[in-house]
Design a binder for this molecule. Structure first.
Ligand SMILES: Nc1ncnc2c1ncn2[C@@H]1O[C@H](COP(=O)(O)OP(=O)(O)OP(=O)(O)O)[C@@H](O)[C@H]1O
Ligand SMILES: [Mg+2]
Length: 320
């Protein structure tokens, strides 16, 4: 036990300059392993490296939330309005006296692990249509430009929500829905780095291309300073020609240093863990899936510390 505590302290010392990073785990394509990567990376960062981590569930499918707590517990939180929805609603409510703080909504000691927190998602977040009508009525009442008001909300929404608690964590991991929505762009704008989980299949790579297009546009307009940490491929355990071709194409486009060496194998233990509302690292730590996520977390920290060092260079565009 003493040696584990010692190695945790060493990790905390080595990576102590990595405080308060917001990381997007994102791909425009659905079903590529975004949520599974988010919850397992978070678990390993806390359990194996002694970091303080918050997972923020931005997806109305609430998969991250339900991968970390039983549905009954989520139902109770929803009934008590202790989900992300409350925080988003408050952005539009002038009555500050009735506001509750993000700290009252965050759930601590997730899966009974100290330092592991969750900002629960909600099945009923504002969709873009509803947001558009709210912004339209607000901007026409105040004689403001609609497009400018929309962009302002994107720039502000998620940054404002997480701002009060950023310093309480080493990492804040954002789990996104597939596709491009206001909340997705707002999360990207609030982030320092992003990870792209991908299947080595042509359509998964299309999702990367679309994502890169959106992110480059935000960066060109100086609305985001996010940097790509790397692409995490899942693997079938054997290489097909198609998978190799896809990986070679992505490596040629992004560079070898942007492709994680560790690949996540398809492993039934990973899928089964969802049924226990815990990440596979906790349910079956000896499974190939859990081991891959544990190794991936080490590579994640190495990549990040390298990028953070580069970020001392004034030409490197990071917001920290
Ligand atoms: N390594 C793996 N081995 C086996 N099953 C996996 C693995 N990774 C993910 N899965 C399963 O594949 C499905 C999709 O994974 P996940 O929900 O993480 O993808 P996603 O990108 O978050 O999906 P969405 O776009 O719908 O949010 C889930 O049922 C999950 O349990
Ligand atoms: Mg998901």
């Amino acid at each position: 036990m003493a040696s584990i505590q010692y190695s945790l302290r060493v990790d905390q010392y080595i990576y102590s300059f990595l405080m308060g990073y917001v990381i997007s785990i994102v791909n425009m394509k659905g079903g590529v392993g975004k949520t599974t990567l988010t919850v397992n990376l978070a678990t390993s960062l806390v359990k194996d490296h002694g970091m303080r981590v918050l997972v923020v569930d931005l997806d109305t499918q609430v998969n991250a939330t339900l991968s970390l707590m039983p549905p009954l517990q989520f139902a109770k939180l929803k009934q008590e309005n202790r989900t992300l929805k409350q925080l988003i609603n408050q952005v539009f409510q002038a009555d500050k006296d009735s506001h509750i703080s993000i700290k009252q909504i965050i759930q601590s000691n997730i899966c009974q692990i100290t330092g592991f927190d969750l900002l629960p998602g909600d099945i009923e977040l504002y969709n873009d249509f509803l947001l558009a009508s709210l912004i339209y009525s607000h901007s026409s009442k105040n004689q403001l430009d609609f497009e400018k008001s929309w962009k302002n909300l994107e720039d502000y929404l998620l940054t404002a929500i997480i701002q009060p608690i950023i310093q309480d964590y080493d990492f804040i991991l954002l789990d996104f829905p597939p596709g491009d929505y206001l909340l997705t762009r707002s999360g990207i704008i609030a982030s320092d780095f992003y990870l792209i989980p991908a299947k080595p299949a042509p359509l998964s790579v299309v999702g990367i291309g679309i994502l890169e297009g959106h992110i480059n546009k935000l960066k060109d307009n100086k609305r985001s300073q996010i940097n790509l940490l790397g692409i995490v491929f899942s693997s079938l355990g054997h290489s097909t020609n198609m998978a190799l071709q896809v990986k070679n194409r992505v490596t040629a486009e992004f560079g070898e240093d942007k492709i994680f060496n560790i690949e996540i194998p398809m492993n039934v233990a990973v899928a089964k863990a969802v049924d226990e509302f815990k990440p596979v690292i906790l349910t079956e730590p000896k499974s190939t899936g859990a081991k891959a996520f544990t190794e991936l977390t080490k590579e994640f920290l190495q990549k990040l510390s390298k990028m953070a060092n580069i970020s001392q260079d004034p030409h490197f565009g990071t917001s920290k």
